[in-house]
Design a binder for this molecule. Structure first.
Ligand code: AMP
Length: 543
């Protein structure tokens, strides 16, 4: 081989941070506080504070490779953590504030977090699992909704004495930058450890015109939380390009988001279908209330964007949806539904149907789908198989080594999504191999709920499956077989589950059935349950 003679310059997030100060110092970053007031500053301010934060963390003893956890909403301090922690060589571990405290405790312990930065408004949540994480030596409170309680380290006071500059080390691009856990639908949550390199390459890819096309002229609103799959990389893309950034804080209701989009002249926003369904419903009611003429793209992903949603935005409000597929294991964007040049001639129904697929891979992600026996399947648009992907921002293993069976011997990652792929590469997710339930973008484990239900003395068998829901896309429904001669009230089952799970995990309805349909190998046949009762909540909305 004749080796190329180009520099081996490391792909690190530090470069994006430095650019934001050097070239985009006057561009604004805006955050909404819990009291609905706004915090505004510039990339120049952001850079100074990011340096101060790195200085403060170093003073507290944070070393390269150490895990610094965040338990925060989307706001400018979280962005400071997004850059300061990786740029100083440590690893930002984003904790998902929607998880049950038991899961958070497990995850933080597994990650061996040393420092935790928490919004004051989320301190009560932290206190529920603090005892489970002996590795946490320091807790830093961001005073988002009031002053930091005495005896606690205050984020702002910590930054106060630090210098405005920090000598960021020259890092290796393969160094870990961020740790995100999957939601643990089968077994315990698993850690995905993004590297600087994977995150930089992912950032460049999502900025491509055929992906999200993020550029300096944009105003980016990440509705998708920074505590789940790095907010799809939108914050890094904004810092990399110098785009204006608007952070919604905890205010994710449609009115607050529409106000923000109109007032700040947002050009691109990203969120799960549930968020957009709420926004579309409100826009339909009050089409003239908000001036959204600045909007060029609404990125939707995390679960399938219904065609009616894509069409409704386009037809009734002139707003364009970009439907993307991704996973925590991918940094996270993998595919995006874009029409190709030759589709310009296609009829509207064909165009809509293509835009409602999960699209085809962005550059450097490769896809294939395989049968149960691992045979690679044809791209004919109808053969179903499990999607496998590979690329520079696809996990090569989980942190801690669990889940080895998700990685094939020939270098692919098994996604668990059942798909078809058409001859042009467009991917359609038809089912999930593990029957998980996704409510408002968050996973709910049916198996965990079933196991708990079946621990109730009156319950013989229980299967939990997804019911369609107008607002949350899917909500759990429980099919319950009682032991002979037993009876139990729904309220009692709910109270029983409440001890173990976050409220939003609890089934919306309990259906008492004589038996649960099974597959030939004796497993619950949930597709049958979904067929029979999938619309139960739509028909009985009062439940
Ligand atoms: P998470 O790692 O929590 O982001 O979840 C990843 C999973 O969400 C994928 O494996 C899919 O099952 C699902 N998902 C993500 N995006 C989409 C989409 N656009 N359409 C359908 N399912 C999706």
């Amino acid at each position: 081989m004749l080796t190329g003679r180009m520099m081996d310059f490391p792909l690190t997030l530090t470069h994006f941070l430095e650019r934001s100060r050097t070239f985009h110092g006057s561009t604004e970053i805006i955050s909404r506080r819990p009291d609905r007031s706004f915090h505004r500053y510039t990339y120049a301010d952001f850079y100074r504070r990011t340096c101060r934060l790195a200085g403060a963390l170093r003073r507290l003893g944070v070393k390269p490779g150490d895990r610094v956890a965040s338990l925060c909403w989307n706001h400018h301090q979280h962005l400071e953590l997004y850059l300061a922690v990786p740029a100083m060589g440590a690893v930002l571990h984003t904790l998902n504030l929607r998880l049950h405290p038991n899961d958070l405790g497990y995850i933080a312990r597994h990650a061996e977090d040393r420092v935790l930065v928490v919004d004051r408004s989320l301190l009560p949540l932290f206190e529920k699992f603090a005892g489970a994480v002996p590795s946490i030596e320091r807790v830093i409170v961001i005073p988002d909704d009031g002053p930091t309680p005495s005896g606690r380290l205050d984020y702002e006071q910590l930054l106060e004495p630090e210098p405005d500059t920090f000598d960021f080390p020259m890092l290796e691009e393969r160094a870990a930058a961020m740790l995100c856990y999957t939601s643990g639908t089968t077994g315990n949550p698993k850690g995905v450890l993004f590297s600087h390199r994977s995150t930089v390459l992912h950032t460049l890819a999502i900025c491509m015109a055929d992906v999200f096309g993020i550029r300096e002229a944009d105003t980016v609103l990440p509705v998708v939380p920074m505590f789940h799959a790095a907010a799809w990389g939108l914050p890094y893309a904004a810092v990399a390009t110098g785009a204006k950034l608007v952070m919604p804080g905890p205010h994710l209701d449609p009115t607050s988001l529409l106000d923000l989009m109109a007032q700040e002249r947002v050009t691109i926003a990203g969120g799960v279908p549930t968020i957009w369904l709420g926004i579309l419903a409100l826009l339909d009611q009050e089409p003239k209330r908000w001036d959204l003429s600045s909007m060029r793209t609404m990125a939707i992903g995390g679960s399938a964007a219904p065609p009616a949603l894509i069409e409704g935005f386009q037809e009734r409000h002139g707003l364009t949806v970009a439907h993307a597929w991704g996973m925590s294991e991918l940094n996270p964007v993998g595919t995006l539904a874009r029409l190709k040049q030759h589709h310009a001639q296609a009829d509207e129904a064909t165009k809509l149907s293509l835009r409602a697929t999960q699209g085809f891979p962005v550059p450097f992600v490769e896809q294939r789908h395989v049968s149960d026996t691992g045979q690679v399947l044809p791209w004919d648009g109808s053969t179903m198989g499990e999607l496998e992907v590979r690329g520079p921002w696809v996990a090569s293993s989980y942190y801690g080594g669990e889940g080895k069976d998700r990685f094939t011997k020939d270098g692919w990652f098994k996604t668990g999504d059942i798909v078809t792929i058409d001859p042009e590469g467009y991917l359609r997710i038809t089912d999930r191999s593990k029957d998980v339930i996704k409510s408002g973008g968050e996973w709910i484990s049916s198996v965990a709920l079933e196991n708990a239900l079946m621990a109730h003395p009156a319950v013989l068998e229980a299967a939990v499956f997804a019911g369609r829901h107008a607002k949350w896309d899917e909500r759990p429904l429980a099919a319950v077989v009682l032991k002979p001669g037993q009876s139990v009230a729904k309220e009692e089952l709910a109270a029983h589950l409440e001890k173990h799970f976050a409220k939003y995990w609890l089934p919306d309805a309990y259906l008492f059935v004589p038996q649960i349909p099974r597959t030939s190998t004796g497993k619950f046949l949930k597709s049958k349950l979904r067929e029979e009762y999938g619309d139960y909540l739509l028909k009985h909305p009062q439940e």
